[in-house]
Ligand binder design. Structure first.
Ligand SMILES: Nc1nc2c(ncn2[C@@H]2O[C@H](COP(=O)(O)OP(=O)(O)OP(=O)(O)O)[C@@H](O)[C@H]2O)c(=O)[nH]1
Ligand SMILES: [Mg+2]
Length: 419
């Protein structure tokens, strides 16, 4: 995404963070480095400056910035990424001192999202977030207006066009909001149809890069992109699988979460994540091999709560268990509880228990039963067939032996025929 003069070579980037003690700077900058890698930028240096507060003009100390300029020259770096949100004026001031492109964490995340959005809705949502982030930052950005979409660096229109630009962006925001509203209506329609059809739904959520898409793939051969880059998935992808008890459940893959997710993005993605709030069960996937596992799970929990998912049964799915043998990492959670399952999506291990756990936690909508139904009651078989699913049927002397998925409404009447 961040293209070098010679294509494909990663852009050399310096990461900068002001440590005010508000969050753990080391962890945050490590994550920023991962994000940068996803955007094809290679971290050549990391700078953390402890300061009680941000400098309103240039974020970090002016003296430290002067040093940074020398460092940038020496390293031949082309980009500086700040681990904070910067104002338009700050970006311009810092660029003036450093003489290289400067972007902030949110811009980086938005760029990654823009590059990775696949469906119409995903693209609209990301652009809306970008435009909203851009609007208040037009002031003071001068000639350094960033373009939208796949990257930073192209020089945009100059200050003279500021008003026209602002009007244009506001119109665009209005248009995007309208389009999204239309799509949302359509989606809630298909959601209510799904509810009516009694389709059960399991949402796969979790921190970015924990293996959600890999899990969906492994369970369904869905062909969802799974790769070792942050934010491989931006759009909800869903596929149905058949559970061992004969019922079908729709698995929904979702966009990965991240600490300090830009506010604009949480808002923009709410409608996508709304799907999660109407799920019958939530699989909270975490990467058990990561030292950040517990924290990541907490970030997910918090967002789920904000989305109104508190009443929905949840399963903690600890993925990448295959990596544990080599890592001296102790699982931070109790894993004996039936709401905790260890799996390796890559090696397809732990799936039996995961599916069992899903079955246990799903509301009972139907039950698989083996029955002997006398010939006088053949009409009942027709009813079972209409509401559920027949796996096998055999005609015997005393009636029809049948193995079927019986709808909840019929279970009572079916019980007297159980064999
Ligand atoms: N060792 C190991 N690696 C895994 C496992 N599951 C997934 N991975 C790897 O982890 C990386 C991320 O997997 P994805 O499935 O793309 O992760 P995701 O949660 O969908 O990520 P986002 O869509 O970015 O939120 C890939 O390189 C996978 O191959 C596993 O069980 N074991
Ligand atoms: Mg994914």
């Amino acid at each position: 995404m961040y293209e070098n003069k010679t294509k494909e070579t990663p852009v050399k980037a310096v990461l900068a963070c002001v440590d005010t003690g508000e969050f753990d700077a080391e962890t945050s900058i490590a994550e920023l480095s991962e994000l940068a890698r996803t955007a094809n930028a290679e971290t050549v240096a990391e700078v953390i400056q402890k300061r009680p507060t941000f400098d309103s003009a240039v974020c970090m100390g002016a003296g430290r910035l002067e040093e940074l300029r020398e460092q940038i020259k020496m390293l031949d770096a082309e980009l500086v990424i700040f681990d904070h949100e910067l104002t338009g004026a700050q970006v311009r001031n810092i660029e003036d001192i450093l003489d290289v492109r400067v972007i902030d964490r949110t811009t980086l995340i938005l760029d990654i999202f823009a590059q990775r959005a696949r469906t119409k809705e995903g693209k609209l949502q990301v652009e809306l977030a970008q435009q909203k982030y851009r609007l208040p930052r037009l002031v003071g950005m001068g000639t350094a207006l960033s373009r939208l979409g796949g990257g930073i660096g192209t020089r945009g229109p100059g200050e003279t066009k500021l008003e026209t630009d602002r009007r244009h962006i506001r119109r665009r925001i209005e248009y995007l909001e309208n389009e999204l509203e239309q799509l949302k209506k359509h989606r809630s329609f298909s959601r209510s149809r799904r509810k009516k059809d009694g389709v059960l739904c399991a949402a796969i959520v979790g921190y970015t890069n924990v293996g959600k898409s890999t899990l969906l793939n492994a369970l369904t051969d869905a062909g969802v992109i799974a790769e070792n880059k942050l934010f491989a998935t931006l759009d909800i992808t869903s596929r149905a699988i058949e559970l061992p008890d004969g019922r079908s459940v729709m698995l929904i893959d979702t966009v990965g979460l991240i600490r300090r997710l830009p506010h604009e993005l949480v808002e923009a993605f709410k409608s996508t994540l709304e799907e999660v709030a109407s799920a019958d069960i939530i699989l909270n996937v975490c990467d058990i091999s990561s030292p950040e596992c517990e924290e990541q799970a907490e970030v997910t929990e918090k967002l789920l709560s904000e989305l109104g998912c508190d009443g929905i049964p949840k399963i903690n799915v600890f993925n990448k268990s295959d990596k544990l043998l080599n890592a001296d990492c102790v699982p931070p959670f109790r894993i004996t509880d039936y709401n905790n399952v260890m799996i390796s999506a890559r090696h397809h291990s732990g799936f039996d228990r995961l599916l069992e756990c899903i079955i246990k936690n799903l509301p009972e909508t139907a039950r698989r039963m083996k029955m002997l139904i006398p010939y006088e009651d053949t009409a009942f078989i027709a009813e079972i067939r209409r509401e559920g699913k027949v796996f096998s049927e055999e005609y015997t002397e005393n009636g029809t032996e049948i193995d079927a998925l019986v709808d909840i409404k019929l279970i009572k009447s079916a019980e007297k025929y159980i064999i």
